[in-house]
Design a protein around this ligand. Structure first.
Ligand code: UDP
Length: 336
């Protein structure tokens, strides 16, 4: 039995692929490398470059491998970009996602672990946010993920598609070999660390007038290896014949943008200059998880929930691979 990982060359997908292989699973990766990195996937892993919406390709993968489940990461995931270019998000995440689900069902693959997001909740009505919280996204990224969740509910009823929608809070941190490298980089922790490295001059803080303790946005940062572990547990859950469900993944602890910057100053011992700017469109003020279902339903236990440990692991990776996965960097060794 093999697992199809879409977006396996991306940040969370590549870490999950690494973990699944370490657990003895057969993994097949499908990624169009639009934002993913070939070097993030070990050379031994069967790799198909293409779009998730390419039904013929998905059919061929299913014919060539004995796939029993799909972990579907492949998506665009920048809140700001989704506000300015919503069509990218509806075409890539929704339209292509629908085609993928259809191709999976046509191939008899009825188990899906889906990368969803806390952005499906929108501006919180209560903190921490549990899975029963109303879902009213404040940006097209969140809507594109919510629509796929909703479609899976109907495909379950009609076609017995069993899924776990994992609603991630803020993925962060690194394993020794795999970390966060986006082009362009828009995420807070990598930008803070690039500032510590002197690669960029300062961190722009988007908004200082939110109703939070210091006026900057509060997020729940979760270590990428803990996220990866939850995917492996979700697969076990589905393979045991359990019902479809949605599960939050976070630490239940919120940190403001300025608290993240301060923690990074402590960890790196470097100056990190900040510049205050206006709000970034689409950003909710607070996003903090109630992740008790992940514990009770999946038996999930985050191992690296401390913000300092999360940022410390990212700093080690950024220090070891200052160019990330860029060609010619030390990252090529990861293929070995
Ligand atoms: N943020 C910021 N400056 C940046 C990037 C992000 O102030 O250069 C803020 C952003 O507004 C949000 C938080 O940091 O409140 C986390 O943003 P990120 O893009 O990392 O993740 P998101 O919460 O959008 O998934």
């Amino acid at each position: 039995m093999a697992i199809l990982v879409t977006g396996g060359a991306g940040y969370i997908g590549s870490v999950t692929t690494e973990l699944l292989r370490a657990r003895g699973e057969q993994v097949v990766v499908l990624d169009n490398l639009f934002r993913g990195h070939r070097a993030a996937v070990a050379a031994e892993v069967p790799f198909y470059q293409g779009d998730i919406g390419n039904r013929e390709l998905v059919k061929r993968i299913a014919q060539e491998h004995d796939i029993d489940a799909c972990i579907h990461f492949a998506a665009l995931a920048y809140v700001g970009e989704s506000v300015s270019q919503p069509e990218l998000y509806y075409e890539n995440n929704l339209e292509q996602g629908i085609r993928l689900l259809g191709a999976l069902l046509a191939a008899g693959i009825q188990r899906v672990v889906f990368s969803s997001t806390c952005a499906t909740y929108g501006e919180p009505q209560r903190i921490p946010i549990d899975e029963g919280h109303p879902q009213l996204p404040t940006n097209p990224y969140g809507w594109s993920k919510l629509f796929v969740e909703r479609i899976m509910v109907d495909y379950d009823r009609a076609h017995n598609l069993k899924f776990v929608a994992l609603r991630y809070f803020n993925a962060s941190g690194a394993t020794p070999e795999r970390g966060e490298h986006h082009e362009p980089e828009t995420h807070l922790i990598p930008l803070v660390l690039k500032t510590a490295q002197g690669e960029i001059e300062q961190v722009t803080v988007f908004g200082s007038d939110y109703p939070t303790t210091d006026g900057t946005c509060v997020r729940d940062y979760i270590h990428v290896a803990d996220l990866a572990a939850a995917h492996a547990l979700s697969l076990e859950y589905l393979r045991s014949g359990n019902a479809s469900t949605a599960i939050n993944l976070g630490n239940g602890q919120g940190y403001s943008v300025l608290e993240v910057v301060e923690a990074a100053r402590q960890i790196t011992g470097r100056e990190i200059a900040v510049e205050m700017q206006g709000r970034r469109p689409g950003d909710p003020s607070h996003l903090v998880a109630d992740a008790s279902r992940a514990r009770s339903v999946l038996g999930w236990q985050p191992q690296q929930s401390d913000l300092a440990a999360i940022i410390g692991s990212a700093w080690e990776w950024h220090s070891k691979y200052p160019q990330g996965y860029a060609e010619g960097s030390k990252s090529d060794r990861r293929r070995a």
